[in-house]
Ligand binder design. Structure first.
Ligand code: PMP
Length: 437
């Protein structure tokens, strides 16, 4: 019997001839886990169908934006209406103003906001703004946090606190990263030492408040509090990169979660993306009025974009925010997410597999480790072979999680209790195949 043609394979072969690695963003290539990426044909609600027509329960949701699930009717309608009025004008529109007003309403630390088209652009612009506003060059980022692929942020730690980072990508000259200091996440002592050495030359500290690019690792409350205090003390700006967590973990983002535990807590600049565009290319950065007024055309910090504030993307974002701001939305979403992680934990326990998980709102992470890691080296202690086996065990059973152990997962409002039960049943079988450890 000949094997039926796998249309994902066929497409991947075609793709690799014309697109480097066959993909337009590296993690999609399944390089970490092996095998053939699934080419998506269409998606609806909590599911997508691949090139073979096979259905998958989707826990990636475009890496975060699809918080309502795919093809939410109100969002589809808003996008269709907007399209009829024109795709792009390169001139201001009312919808941009509305979206800025909505963002500011829910994230009050952002007194003004500028819209851009990707998280990378937003992060890069936020760093330039922080440097322009402070007149300083040096920045701190944390190992395992990702803020897009701007040159100065593609950096790994140097050999000590006095040495600045090394580029993690070819094509980034050392001069470009010489001002970037990379520290370990959740290490208060190291942060204090870095400020003691460089505090007066620091423009900003940028961090993911809940890091979703090393699976799911929360900034501890003391770490976040100390970062805020040190920035204030030394006149550096605290930038929270909430591209992933913004409107995902809570209506007010992760900063609203920390503000419950740290009185008066707020960042100076916030970076948003993903959910605020509802799946369209849209991102934003914003903060204190005095800082934002440093931007062109008001101030000396240049920043621009042909498609910035795109009318179709803003319609999609506004329709998405209208849904997530309904009373009870995040409580229901958090309930579904917790049901998933609890179900997975139960299945792992039955199989005798080391497992732990955490979640906030509609974002989760799980680890094949006995306890939750606090930083990137600890995340990377996960046994890759076992993670990869689990990934494929789930994928074969129609459950699509991130194809790398250092990525977070996302539950949408479209994931039903039955979807979660189906997922847990698949996990039970996948864990059993994995064997004890
Ligand atoms: N910051 C964070 C926290 C992210 O997770 C990402 C993308 N996953 C980015 C920035 C970059 O966003 P984009 O891919 O839209 O450029």
């Amino acid at each position: 019997m000949t094997r039926p043609t796998d249309l994902n394979d066929t497409l991947f072969q075609r793709a690799r001839r014309v697109i480097p690695g066959g993909v337009n963003s590296p993690v999609r290539a399944f390089q970490a886990v092996g095998g053939t990426p699934r080419f998506v044909q269409r998606a609806q609600g909590a599911y997508f169908w691949d090139a073979n027509g096979k259905r998958h329960i989707d826990y990636i949701g475009s890496w975060g934006p699809m918080i309502l699930g795919h093809g939410h009717p109100a969002v589809v309608e808003a996008v269709q209406q907007a399209l009829l009025d024109g795709f792009s004008f390169g001139a201001p529109t009312e919808r941009e103003v509305q979206l800025a007003e909505e963002i500011i309403r829910y994230v009050p630390s952002m007194e003004m906001v500028r819209l851009v088209s990707s998280g990378t652009e937003a992060g890069m612009s936020a760093i330039r703004l922080a440097r322009g506003a402070t007149g300083r060059s040096k920045i701190i980022k944390f190992n395992g946090c990702y803020h897009g692929h701007a040159d100065s942020l593609l950096v790994k730690a140097g050999s000590g606190l006095a040495t600045f980072g090394h580029a993690t990508s070819a094509g980034v000259p050392p001069e470009v990263v010489q001002h970037t200091l990379v520290l370990e996440y959740n290490d208060v002592a190291q942060l204090e030492e870095a400020f003691a050495l460089h505090g007066d030359n620091l423009a900003c500290v940028i961090m993911e408040p809940i890091a979703g690019n090393m699976n799911f690792v929360r900034a501890s409350v003391p770490f976040m509090q100390r970062a805020r205090e040190l920035c204030t003390l030394h006149g550096a700006l605290l930038i929270l990169d909430e591209v992933m967590t913004g409107f995902r973990v809570a209506l007010g983002g992760a900063q609203s979660v920390y503000a419950q535990q740290i009185p008066g807590f707020a960042p100076d600049i916030t970076v948003l993306g993903k959910v605020i565009g509802g799946g369209m290319p849209l991102a934003a950065f914003g903060g204190k009025r005095a800082v934002m007024e440093q931007l062109a055309p008001l101030g000396p910090v240049y920043q621009a974009g042909t498609l910035s504030g795109n009318p179709v993307a803003t319609a999609c974002g506004l329709a998405t925010l209208a849904q997530v701001s309904q009373p009870g939305f995040y409580d229901r979403l958090a309930g579904s997410t917790r049901a998933l992680t609890a179900g997975l934990a139960g299945a792992a326990k039955e199989a005798g597999v080391d497992f732990c998980a955490d979640s906030e709102g509609g974002m989760f992470g799980f680890f094949l480790l006995p306890e939750l890691p606090q930083n990137y080296p600890a995340v990377m202690e996960t046994d890759r072979e076992r993670f990869n086996a689990l990934f494929h065990g789930l994928l074969d059973r129609g459950v699509y999680i991130a194809p790398a152990l250092y990525e977070a997962g996302f539950v949408s409002a479209a994931h039903s209790a039955a979807d979660i039960e189906e997922t847990v049943a698949a996990a039970r079988a996948a864990f059993a195949a994995l064997g004890r450890k």
